[in-house]
Design a binder for this molecule. Structure first.
Ligand code: ZN
Length: 274
């Protein structure tokens, strides 16, 4: 009932045929028509709207830039330094200022795919057209193997720290998603030399060594994140942190192998079926 009548108040306003300043002298929210008790609507959260003018647009745009995007962007970058600290703050209720873990991860994946599309042309020249096609299919599926870090991070955190501080399964997942966003950011940095100065020798070196040093780097990032998230102390929880890092690296490695085998099997099956 309230919903219907407030909607009709908002609709009625749309029929007014002269826009005047006095239209904005109202004690109702101009977004949802709920009565206003302060500068912000208690129902929908919109700030009391004033008439648009050059000054307000400039001020609002600046305020939004400053308070929404700029702050969220800065916080999104802060995840690089402290994924575990940020996950802990998010779990404890700091929602507006911090990016949602899934949003942040989607953003990171989008950026990574953009970077990878630039290294795409580095594919080797293969003897037959069929081999080229299989290679292209395998690389397109391999892009998603980066997401396996979420599973590895989640499982190792669960195995070694699950009872600590009373976190539930979803809260642990938030930690794993923030970690994955950081892994992807490092992966992007790792791809940069291939974009900036591509050469067959560099590509060969990169293919051979990056799985090793990237897994090590990710394990270290993960250990740091666990330390922040679970307020772990090196003296008391050192061995547990090291074990979690090792388990993470092992799971990541195994999952990547499994995934690679599954992709190859799937691609071969598709080739034979088609
Ligand atoms: Zn409202």
């Amino acid at each position: 009932m309230l919903k219907l009548s407030s909607t009709s108040i908002v609709m009625e306003r749309l029929l007014v045929n002269t826009i005047t300043d006095t239209l904005f002298d109202t004690t109702s929210c101009l977004n949802c028509a709920a009565p206003l008790g302060g500068p912000y609507c208690a129902q929908c959260g919109q700030k009391k709207a004033g008439r648009m003018g050059v000054a307000t647009v400039r001020k609002e745009a600046w305020a939004r830039f400053r308070w929404f995007e700029w702050r969220v962007l800065l916080n999104a970058l802060r995840v690089l330094r402290a994924p575990g600290g940020m996950a802990r703050e998010y779990v404890l209720g700091r929602r507006k200022d911090l990016p949602h873990p899934l949003t942040l991860l989607c953003l990171a994946i989008g950026l990574l795919l953009l970077v990878l599309s630039h290294t795409e042309y580095l594919r080797p020249v293969l003897p037959s057209e069929a081999a080229q096609r299989v290679y292209a299919l395998v690389t397109s599926y391999s892009k998603w193997s980066f997401s396996l870090g979420v599973v590895a991070a989640y499982l190792s955190a669960w195995c070694l720290f699950r009872r600590r501080l009373g976190y539930n399964a979803t809260e642990l997942l938030a930690l794993a998603l923030y970690c994955q966003a950081v892994f992807i950011a490092w992966q992007m940095i790792n791809q940069l030399p291939l974009v900036l100065a591509p050469s067959p020798a560099l590509l060969h070196w990169h293919r051979q060594w990056s799985p090793w040093y990237m897994t090590t780097l990710q394990a270290l990032v993960f250990i740091g994140a666990l330390r922040q998230f679970f307020l772990a102390e090196l003296r008391r929880d050192g061995w547990r942190l090291v074990l979690a890092g090792a388990l993470f690296a092992l799971l990541k490695w195994q999952a990547t192998q499994l995934y690679a085998h599954a992709v190859v099997a799937w691609v071969l099956w598709q080739r034979d079926a088609g």
